[in-house]
Design a protein around this ligand. Sequence first.
Ligand SMILES: *Cc1c(COP(=O)(O)O)cnc(C)c1O
Length: 395
Amino acid sequence: MINHSIPYGRQNITAEDIQIVIDTLQSDYLTQGPKILEFEQKFSEYIGCKYAVAVANGTAALHLCTLALEVGKGDKVITTPITFAASANCVRYCGAEVVFSDIDPTTYLIDIEKVKNLLASSPKGTYKGIIPVDFAGRATNLEEFKALADEYDLWIIEDACHAPGGYFIDSEGKTQNCGNGNFADLAIFSFHPVKHIACGEGGMVTTNDEILYQKLLMLRTHGITKQADTFTNSIELAGGEDKYPAWYMEMQMLGFNYRLTDFQAALGLSQLERAEEGLLRRKEIAERYKTAFVNKSFIKGQSDVVEGHAYHLYIIEVEDRLGLYNYLRLQHIYAQIHYIPCHLMPYYRQFGWKENDMPLAESYYKYCISLPMYPTLTEAEQLFVIEKINEYYNK
Ligand SMILES: *Cc1c(COP(=O)(O)O)cnc(C)c1O
C-alpha cells in the first residue's frame, strides 16, 4: 500500500545540487557568469555537438532558432500535432504559418511518409522548414529527414526537449545522439523540472553551425555584440581615437533577454552528472511497464522499448481512458495526457484546423495516458501503479 501521491514526472534534487547553487549564489555572478560557459561546454560534450547556447527556457530556445533562421511572414513550417504547443508557437512568434502533419501511430512521431506527400503536393519552395519532435524521448530518424530537407531546401529544428541522451542508429550503424547537429541545423532542449535535467527554468540550443551559433549568442542578449571586429559604426562615432573604447557595444539585430542565470546553470551542471544514471533508471521502469502490460486485453498500444529511447514519458493507450485517469487520481496517482492535439487548440483553429484533419493524432489522443516515469520512482511505487491499472480493468 502506497499512500503518498505519485506524479507522472518529477525532478530529483540532491544535497550536491543544493550546495552548488548556494556556492554560485555566493560567487560574483548571478546572471551569466562562468557556470554558463561550463554548462554549455559540458552539455555539448554530452550531446556530441560543437556549440551550445544556454537560454532562459525551452520556448526561448525555440524562438531563438526561428529568429536565427530568419523565419518570417509568408513562410510555412511543418510540425507534429502531438507535441507541446511551444514547438508550433515559435513559428507563430515570427508571423509564419504552422502546417501540421499527422503522426505514425506506432512511434507517435511525425510520419515521414506523410511529410513526403505534403512536400510533393506543393510547388518546391512552399515550405521553409520542419520541426520534428523526439516525442516521449524516442529519437526521430533525422538522417531520413535530412535527405528530404536537402531535396526540398528546408532547414530542420529538432525539438529534443524529451530526449537528452536519446539516439538513433544511422544507415552506417553509427549512433546519432539527439541534438548532435549532424542532420538538423539547430536542436533545442528544456530544463523544466519534469524533463531529464532540471534548472527550474532553462533551455539549450545546440548546433554545429558556427554562423548560427554567433547569431544565437547575440539574439540571446538583445542583439548586442561586444566583438570589435564585427562593429559597423566608425571608431570616431563610437567615441574612440585609434580603437573602439572599452564601453562600446553595438546592437546589430533585434534580440531579446533570454539569458539563463549562473546559479541555474550550476544546477544544470550538477544534474548533468547524473544524466546517464537517470536514463538507466528510466529504461528499467519502461521495461517493467512493457512486461506488465504486453498481453493485457485493455491495452490498445504502448510505448515501444527500443534502443536509444530516452523515456521522458511512458504511454499506454487504453479504452475508457477517462475512467482509468479518474480511478488513478483517487489512488493519488497523477497520470497525465500528452498531448491534446495542437491543431485543435482554439488558437490554431482560427487558421482553419479542425477535427479529422489529423485522424491518427486524434485517435491517439482519445486513448493515450502517460504513466509515472522519473528516476526516483521506486519499484514499490511502480508496482502499485501497475496493480491499480490492472485492478481498474478487472473489476
Ligand atoms: C517542455 C517542452 C518545450 C518547452 O520548454 P519550456 O522550457 O517549458 O519552455 C518545448 N517542446 C517540448 C516538446 C517540450 O516538452
